[in-house]
Write a protein that binds this ligand. Structure first.
Ligand code: SF4
Length: 306
């Protein structure tokens, strides 16, 4: 993996981000991604240090703004492999508008949300995915709101083309899911349940200790569940990833927690490939277009535009 490794990560010991970083570096190695053709874009948060730890190109952006930066990169350089790394606060709070429209635009990139249910970098504030009753600096008597489910929200956007869920304590499965996401042509949305031992020490303990409480979604072109993994994670379901209604039902389940590819539609066009008239590719072309449109407008004698 050394081709893709950079400095030693500064995340806390036991942080789930370490496992995700390794899974992503394995993916880069397996797919033989040229570092000079690969870019990681992030916002702000613990996980957003990700680009610093990859020996590819990277952009450590503003809080909640990773997606528009990545879209700018992709529209200008569609030949690059673009990955977007966000936290739950980053994507599901301040970045929500960008998230919804990124799914709608369906540009060819892989978006990974490391969801630990807390703001870790700023030291323990509730996030949109915090659980009811969760104690934090901003919810000293416990969070009172139903947490937002990033998978259900994404599935609710009609242009969604790839939606998956992984867990940091299942590194092989996480690697497989990220690989499928990368190979999908379009906007791939992967939520990774991520442990934060610093501020959410026990949130996923029950699921980590009991593999039966994880539901593996299988399908022909989906996860590669070898015999060893199959013996550990015996709770499996054959799932058709084109079935959005079933995906919605599965996504709403909290126990067991589903992991795998919930939904995939390879037929949605990518925004960067939608045909734009050649004449619109230059500023002169845009001016000519606007002038022609203006000429179509007539003004009646009373001044109202028709
Ligand atoms: Fe990881 Fe939590 Fe530490 Fe941030 S605060 S690096 S999320 S363990």
């Amino acid at each position: 993996l050394e081709d893709y490794q950079c400095v030693v990560p500064r995340w806390c010991v036991g942080c789930g981000d370490h496992g995700v970083l390794t899974a992503v570096q394995r993916l880069c190695r397996d797919e033989k991604l040229p570092p000079e053709k690969t870019v990681f874009v992030s916002g702000i948060g613990c996980s957003s240090r990700f680009p610093h730890y990859m020996s590819t190109y990277g952009f450590h952006g503003l809080h909640g703004r990773a997606l528009p930066i990545a879209e700018g990169v992709k529209i200008k350089r569609p030949d690059l492999n673009v990955f977007v790394i966000m936290g739950d606060g980053d994507c599901c709070s301040i970045g929500t508008a960008h998230w919804i429209h990124a799914v709608r635009y369906n540009m060819n990139m892989t978006a990974i949300v490391l969801d630990n249910g807390i703001y870790g970098l700023t030291k323990n504030q509730a996030s949109p995915t915090s659980q009811i009753g969760q104690i934090s600096n901003t919810t000293p008597t416990g969070s009172r709101l139903e947490p937002l489910n990033p998978i259900s929200v994404t599935l609710g956007i009609s242009n969604a083309s790839f939606v998956a869920q992984a867990a940091d304590w299942m590194p092989d499965v996480t690697h497989d899911i990220i690989q499928q996401a990368f190979r999908h042509k379009g906007f791939s949305f992967v939520r990774i349940l991520q442990r934060c031992p610093e501020f959410q020490a026990h949130r996923y303990d029950d699921w980590v200790r009991d593999p039966e409480r994880m539901l593996l979604l299988k399908h022909d072109n989906g996860l590669h569940i070898g015999p060893e993994l199959g013996r550990v994670y015996r709770n499996q379901e054959l799932h058709d990833p084109s079935d959005r209604n079933r995906a919605r039902e599965i996504a709403s389940g909290h126990d067991p927690i589903p992991v795998g590819i919930l939904y995939k539609n390879p037929n949605i066009p990518c925004y960067e490939e939608l045909q734009v008239p050649d004449t619109m590719n230059t500023s002169e072309g845009v001016s000519d277009f606007l002038e022609a449109e203006f000429d179509k407008v007539t003004i009646n004698p009373k001044g109202a535009t028709i």
